[in-house]
Write a protein that binds this ligand. Sequence first.
Ligand code: PRP
Length: 207
Amino acid sequence: MKNVTVIKHPLIQHNLTRLRDERTGPQEFRRVLSEVAALMVYEATRSFNVVPFKVKTPIQTTEGYKLKREVILVPILRAGLGMLDSILQLIPHARVGFIGLKREEKSLQATSYHKSLPENLRDFEVILIDPMLATGGSAVAAINLLMERDATHVRMVNLVAAPEGIRQVREHCGNVPIFTAAVDERLNKKGFIVPGLGDAGDRLFGI
Ligand code: PRP
């Protein structure tokens, strides 16, 4: 699938399996999701543009690099919060925006209940964070909100994606790069990813 990167690093796959395991309780789920998010972000940021500039070491002047654009992390509430802190530790200068979306159980439609974003995102590298890409309804709604703020450099980091969700993002949001640890088989009738890991928000927060 175009512009979908499945990150097969052994540590990521090891941790993903612990998250899939139904015996993993909220405390461990939070810790492992946080660890895996930090590992994933290395790959997800690999193509960030840098600009060269001169830096003076104690010995002599040399060429260094800095990121071309400001970075903003945008977790989709609630479950995206589980990946935020560890990514923020790796990119401490990043800003943080929030998008609150809730998927209605029957219709599977995502409804927006919160948005906190800068007025203009044109010059930002935006990393949209959500452990689950299921029907893709939440991702499409979130990307549309980012586009309304003129975002031009958006990438998504999902722990697990369903083919249906990837197709939905492709159909409605063009070529937004997607980074995931797994593309699972399919969705079940209730809109859960199979085999997936259940409801990430519930497993993170115990409700
Ligand atoms: C879940 C999940 C994603 C979304 C994926 O969130 O965390 O945000 O559903 O589903 P979709 O691709 O079909 O839209 P949910 O709406 O249950 O909210 P929560 O994170 O607060 O639990």
